[in-house]
Design a protein around this ligand. Structure first.
Ligand code: PHE
Length: 451
């Protein structure tokens, strides 16, 4: 049900900061490098950038418009904008996606907490690349601490969400994200001046098209959507809090730019180091955790920078996880008539169980596999490579073909009568390009269509 006293963001920077806070997170610094490394490097990178530009930005604009027009959680927004139709299923898919992502996300955020602790206790000092790899493996395959940290992280997430949108989210993001930006640039400078750095830069920036396959294309699309928090209602939910006076186009472009910049900068920090220290680029989810402690050891002030970096990474993860939890909580609170507190507690407890199982997926629950994947890998795979692309496709189809053009133009252009060229281009993309592009990538990858 609609609540007329919904919180809102207080300023322009508030909205952009919160949406950027959602977008920027482990997806940029942990997932992007590891997925890129597993998918051959430069060619993946190029595709990722193309997907951000031609599909990500328009989809973000669309989600913001739907959210602001709907003034509700994702499910409620579709019920409101298209009564008696089934589009609200997108909202349900979003809640399911949020559950899956939040589960493995908080497991990785838990590792980040452990690394923050280790950085603080100076536990990395004097360890060579092999020893650091062992540290990662030993920790992630252990039983108690990964689970404890996962729960600590989820608890922190819950605390912020209970506090409500404006006070909870906006405050943290404004100062800390620019700081994260800065510290990654410092890391970049150290990384590119390492011996052997050029090979890493080549891996990242030189597209080797022989590495392309239908799987790589889908992974690039999934990563683009994951990184921008698209396809599952997060941006729709946040859009519902955006002030009517705000220009959505500027917001969508700024958020996408900031997010992409952080991913690229993270790639520049990591790949030169991967090659300089003889780490395998396709080392998987541990890539960043194994690589970066090596870099910190090779730089002046490494102790200080490593503590600060892992602290900021925790915060970046937190501003993303609150946006995920918010999708679930807004749905429970507005559709199932729970109080915000009760909604948060129910969500916290249920996600904790799944999150703990993801945290154990590298140790005691490694053997528990479905379709050859641990729970961690399964959730990661289904959410990024199935739910987000599918959700994104349905959202653009809804906006392009079902929702009235007038309503979209009202959200994007305001009351202006005349459609600008940019708006026409946007409509063309969401009607004709995006749905087909996503469908092609998708069908091609699952083998229903071969080209
Ligand atoms: N975009 C976030 C990140 O890059 C993750 C996320 C995905 C958040 C989907 C919300 C929705 O870390």
């Amino acid at each position: 049900m609609q609540d007329n006293n919904r919180d809102g963001f207080s300023s322009r920077f508030g909205v952009i900061a919160a949406a950027a806070g959602s977008a920027i997170g482990l997806g940029n610094i942990w997932r992007f490098p590891y997925v890129l490394g597993e998918n051959g490097g430069g060619a993946f990178f190029l595709l990722y950038l193309l997907f951000i530009l031609f599909l990500g930005v328009p989809l973000m604009l669309t989600e913001m418009s739907i959210g602001r027009a709907g003034q509700r959680n994702t499910y409620g927004a579709f019920r409101f904008l298209a009564p008696k139709k089934k589009w609200y299923l997108i909202g349900i898919m979003g809640v399911v996606g949020a559950y899956m992502i939040l589960s493995f996300y908080s497991a990785v955020a838990g590792w980040t907490l452990q690394y923050l602790y280790d950085a603080f206790a100076n536990n990395f000092v004097g360890k060579d690349p092999v020893a650091l790899k062992n540290v990662y493996n030993a920790f992630t395959s252990s039983t108690y601490m990964p689970v404890v940290w996962t729960l600590v992280f989820l608890f922190l997430t819950g605390l912020v969400v209970v506090a409500g949108i404006e006070k909870g989210i906006e405050k943290y993001t404004k100062i800390l994200m620019p700081l994260l930006f800065l510290i990654i640039i410092i890391l970049d400078i150290r990384a590119v001046t390492l011996d052997g750095a050029s090979e890493g830069l080549r891996f990242l920036f030189h597209p080797d098209f022989s590495k392309l396959s239908s799987k790589v294309v889908l992974e690039a699309l999934g990563q683009a959507f994951f990184s921008l928090s698209l396809g599952m209602g997060t941006i729709i939910t946040y859009g519902s809090y955006i002030n009517k006076k705000e220009n959505l186009f500027t917001s969508a472009v700024s958020v996408s730019l900031a997010d992409t910049a952080i991913a690229v900068l993270a790639g520049i920090a990591i790949f030169p180091a991967v090659f300089a220290f003889g780490i395998e680029p396709d080392a998987g989810p541990g890539l960043v955790f194994i690589t970066l402690p090596n870099v910190f050891q090779q730089m002046p002030g490494g102790y200080f920078f490593s503590v600060l970096f892992f602290f900021l990474l925790v915060i970046a993860a937190l501003t993303s996880s609150i946006s995920l939890l918010e999708v679930i909580v807004a749905y429970f609170a507005e559709e199932l008539n729970m109080s915000r507190l009760k909604a948060t507690i129910v969500a916290f407890v249920s996600v904790s169980i799944l999150g703990a199982m993801c945290a154990l997926s590298f140790g005691p629950m490694k053997g528990v596999q479905i379709a050859g994947k641990t729970l961690f890998n399964l959730f990661d795979y289904i959410s990024s490579n199935i739910l987000l692309p599918l959700g994104g496709m349905l959202i653009v189809i809804f906006a392009g073909w079902v929702w009235s053009r007038k309503s979209i133009s009202k959200e994007i252009l305001g009351e202006e009568e005349k459609e600008s060229f940019g708006f026409k281009l946007y409509m063309f993309i969401i009607k004709f390009i995006a749905p087909f592009a996503i469908a092609l990538v998708f069908l091609n990858a699952i083998g229903l269509l071969k080209f």
